[in-house]
Design a protein around this ligand. Structure first.
Ligand code: S3P
Length: 428
């Protein structure tokens, strides 16, 4: 699918206004299926993200013998609390979160499984998960998908995460729930803690002490729950940036998850001068939620590095667009993880955003990029490389460019933000 985006003609004053609701959080949606499948009984989920990645997680657990029904964005999971061996290889498509977390869970089962994904997922590193799982006693073959898992009785470990990754942490925690003894994970740099929050909500024996996460196998299965999933701040990011670069914009995004391990985008945009306010702040199912108001304000450059990176890793494509409209030079470093996302995002962001200019204002670095803002963007033809967040970043930049643009290969937005083009009134 290719989508045409009509750019902002000089003086036309294109802007965003009104109230938006966005699809459910992708990370929390995955976890709701996984924990609902581990619990014995009926778990009800509202606000589920029906994007391709989360549908892959549902399919996976259906093949593992769990009864799951999806109606609109409501999910009912009816599980015996245990799994049956799948008849075939589990194929999780493009979903890295499904691959990593489910590998952790399968390592602790008593049967053998093979799990794989699409061509892009087969290039993403799995040793970060298989090494700690092997230390727990699992028998796993494959550095990349397909991964073959021979179920074993696991034992708990004491493990320091060498890469700041919530997927790795979650895989170990899920395996730990099937292991003998205690599992202790040391997390030098904090990452999103949705697994810990939801495990606690489902009654697991899990505690946090400083930068340690300690869990023990429960004597009874997890208890089924009712969950309402907040809007995904990673999707809200595109609207926040669009409103911050289109003069006179003013929008309200309702019911957005604002877990502090995910709000790096808010801190960065505010530092850049964006006008962002929280309303109606509350907590539901252990997760912080707010309505977010954004009004246009001129942006200035910033530096993004260190512990802030995991709190905004998925938002860097959108932040790169904000940086193009900011006064000065924005520096992003310590973000080498971008190289192993859905695409090598340092390369694809630099390559595609550069097409807006005769002379590129973006210098890619090994662990980030340097972006000089303030040049006029001219519409062009782009390729998403099948990366949903790149497609959406190109689309919002194109809205503020002079002249029209085309984003090719844009179907992938459905992975995390079904309805993205409609919400922005962009038609193919
Ligand atoms: C995710 C963790 C992050 C993030 C991904 C979703 C999760 O990946 O980039 O989109 O749901 O746990 P890493 O754990 O590899 O940093």
């Amino acid at each position: 699918m290719q989508v045409k985006i009509v750019g902002d003609k000089l003086g036309a004053g294109k802007r965003l206004s009104g109230t938006y609701t966005i699809p459910g959080d992708k990370s929390i949606s995955h976890r709701s299926v996984i924990l609902g499948a581990m619990a014995k009984g009926i778990t009800e989920v509202k606000g589920f993200l029906t994007g391709e990645d989360c549908l892959s997680t549902i399919r996976c657990f259906q093949l593992l013998g769990v009864e799951i029904n999806l109606e609109g964005t409501s999910l009912t999971i009816n599980s015996s609390g245990s799994f049956s061996p799948p008849l075939n290889t589990l194929d999780v498509g493009n979903s890295g979160t499904t691959l990593r977390l489910v590998t952790g869970l399968l390592a602790g089962q008593v049967f053998n499984t093979t799990i794989t994904g699409d061509a892009s997922l087969q290039k993403r590193p799995m040793e970060r998960v298989t090494i700690p799982l092997s230390l727990m006693g699992s028998n796993i073959i494959g550095k990349y998908a397909p991964i073959s898992i021979k179920g074993r009785q696991l034992k708990g470990i004491n493990y320091t995460l060498p890469v700041a990754s919530a997927q790795v942490k979650s895989a170990i925690l899920l395996a730990g729930l099937y292991a003998e003894g205690e599992t202790i994970i040391e997390e030098p740099i904090p990452t999103r803690d949705h697994t810990e929050i939801m495990l606690k909500y489902f009654g697991a024996d899990i505690a946090k002490k400083g930068n340690l996460i300690i869990s023990r196998r429960a004597s009874t299965p997890l208890k089924p729950q009712s969950i309402t999933i907040p809007g995904d701040i990673s999707s809200a990011a595109f609207l926040m940036v669009a409103a911050s670069i289109l003069p006179k914009s003013r929008i309200l995004i309702k019911d957005v998850g604002v877990n502090p391990t995910r709000t790096g985008i808010i801190h960065v945009l505010k530092r850049m001068g964006a006008d962002i306010r929280f309303h109606n702040e509350r907590v539901n199912c252990g997760e912080a939620i707010a309505d977010i108001e954004i009004r246009y304000a001129p942006l200035k450059a910033t530096i993004i590095s260190g512990v802030e990176i995991p709190t905004l890793i998925d938002e860097i494509p959108a932040i790169a667009v904000a940086a193009l409209f900011a006064e000065g030079k924005t520096i992003i470093k310590n973000a080498q993880e971008l190289r192993v996302k859905e695409t090598d995002r340092i390369q694809t962001i630099s390559e595609e955003l550069s097409k807006f200019f005769d002379k590129t204002p973006i210098i890619p670095k090994q662990d980030g990029m340097v972006i000089q803002g303030g040049f006029t963007l001219n519409g062009a033809e782009f390729n998403s490389h099948g990366d949903h967040r790149l497609a959406m970043s190109l689309a919002i930049a194109a809205l503020a460019a002079q002249g029209d643009s085309m984003v090719c290969n844009s179907q992938c937005v459905d992975i995390s933000f079904p309805g993205f083009f409609q919400i922005l009134q962009i038609h193919s």
